[in-house]
Ligand binder design. Structure first.
Ligand code: GAP
Length: 440
């Protein structure tokens, strides 16, 4: 089994990601996030929001609607050729492909002849209201940032912001992708974390470089392997229609180097277009110089699921024969998810040494009650302690706590570290503080 197949089946077995509508045979490219996937996703989103709203200066949040006036998409260029892929179809097997994904001008499946390319718009259509005609057509947003641009003035005025400032948003986007593959890498429904930085045009290059560095640091700080990350400048002919300059942050997935985040200099494209189309002036007046201009935008845009796949692939490791050297190895292959402490779905697991000793179970549940307000925690009483450690290592839990007979005497527990596998005795009264320091 190749690494990607292993990650896919592991994700299902341990409750990270399930194929959507599985009992009906699945639904192409849709996935559901299970109990652990939700925790991981939330940790990624929290870490991104903390970075934008706490660690950086002058950035505020917004949560705009998915459905917007179709005029937004006319102005932004998404309804015109700007947001279309070149689609080709095999004349023999009728499979469809994106032209730029084909290595040869023939069907990769059956080697059949392919049709001439057609423009295929990726916007997903729906109808708003009780009739279905061209007057009620609406679109599911294909990027979250347009909701930021059309609220530029609302946000700036309500928060009394001065340039440069940023608006950050996390939300769902939809694209009718021609081909979806590589698990959750390319889907038709996904979440984006986008930050739009509004600045004086004179300063756009400085801010572009600043954001490129900051975004790379975010991945480094969350423990992604530096050797598997790179920033790639995108040449003009491959850039999105709105981008004057584009750098993609790429990660080396098991299926190759692929984009996980785009940093774009969108210039005055978006605010200019919305000014023209809506008739509402989106010009900014500098108080100090009196200069008036349309702010330029540096955008950072990352997919939640795509980054989750990078974090998961990066953390996934297999140890043949097991990690334990002190006791006779089980000779089984052990999986360890070496997530950064900010990303692990569970920080702590609590075990009574034996499940048939009510006094140990009672004490373990007391310890859970003490820790639960502070940590994402799992209680497990099934199987040997070794097996329980392995179950937790497999999902990246940082610390395992065992309540044994000594606990009943001296009110201390054994705390075992996922990475070093070292064990320490810690008093129950000090446990929350001890773990708090280690997890922060
Ligand atoms: N607002 C700019 C924008 O949307 P993009 O390069 O089209 O730029 C940004 O998308 C990020 O969104 C990508 O780097 C990727 O992480 C994520 N993304 C885009 N399309 C996706 C899809 N079909 N499935 C999953 N993630 C996607």
């Amino acid at each position: 089994m190749d690494l990607m197949q292993k990650i896919i089946s592991f994700s299902k077995r341990r409750g990270f990601v399930f194929p959507s509508s599985e009992i009906y045979g699945g639904f192409n490219s849709s996935y559901d996030f299970g109990p652990l996937g939700v925790l991981l996703k939330n940790n990624i989103k929290k870490s991104w929001l903390d970075e934008m709203l706490k660690n950086q200066e002058n950035i505020v949040g917004i949560d705009a609607a998915i459905l917007m006036s179709p005029k937004v998409w006319q102005a932004s260029g998404h309804l015109t050729a700007g947001f279309a892929d070149e689609l080709v179809e095999c004349k023999k097997c009728h499979k469809r492909f994106k032209l730029d994904e084909l290595k040869e001008r023939e069907c990769p499946e059956c080697k059949g002849e392919i049709t001439k390319p057609k423009q295929f718009n990726l916007m997903m259509k729906t109808f708003v209201g009780s009739t279905e005609d061209e007057n009620t057509v609406a679109y599911l947003r294909p990027e979250t940032c347009q909701g930021i641009y059309i609220n530029f003035k609302n946000v700036m005025n309500s928060m009394r912001l001065k340039l440069p400032f940023g608006i950050a948003q996390i939300g769902k986007s939809f694209r009718n992708e021609i081909t979806t593959k590589n698990f959750i890498f390319r889907m038709r429904e996904f979440e984006q974390m986008e930050m739009q930085w509004f600045c004086d045009p004179k300063e756009e290059d400085k801010w572009f470089d600043y954001w490129k560095k900051q975004r790379l640091n975010w991945y480094y700080n969350l423990g992604l392997d530096k050797n598997k990350l790179r920033a790639k400048e995108i040449p003009e002919k491959e850039r999105a229609h709105y981008a004057k300059k584009q750098v993609d942050i790429e990660y080396e997935f098991p299926f190759g180097w692929k984009e996980i985040e785009g940093i774009h200099n969108r210039g005055d494209w978006d605010l200019g277009q919305h000014s023209k189309s809506s008739g509402e002036s989106l010009i900014y007046k500098d108080d100090k110089t009196g200069k008036e201009f349309i702010p330029h935008i540096i955008e950072t845009s990352v997919g939640v699921e795509r980054s989750l796949l990078a974090f998961l692939a990066d953390a996934y490791s297999e140890v043949e024969g097991g990690r334990t050297k002190t006791t006779e190895s089980t000779k089984e292959k052990e999986i360890v998810l070496k997530f950064d402490k900010k990303l692990s779905p569970f920080q702590v697991a609590v075990f009574p040494l034996l499940k048939n000793k009510p006094e140990l179970v009672k004490k373990a549940k007391e310890v859970c009650k003490i820790l639960k307000p502070y940590f994402m925690l799992q209680y497990d009483e099934g199987g040997s302690i070794g097996r329980r450690y392995r179950r937790q290592d497999e999902i990246g839990t940082l610390f395992c706590i065992t309540i044994d007979f000594d606990t009943l005497e001296d009110s201390s527990v054994t705390v075992r570290d996922r990475d070093t596998m070292k064990q320490e005795r810690v008093k129950i009264e000090k446990l929350a503080e001890y773990l708090g320091e280690k997890c922060s």
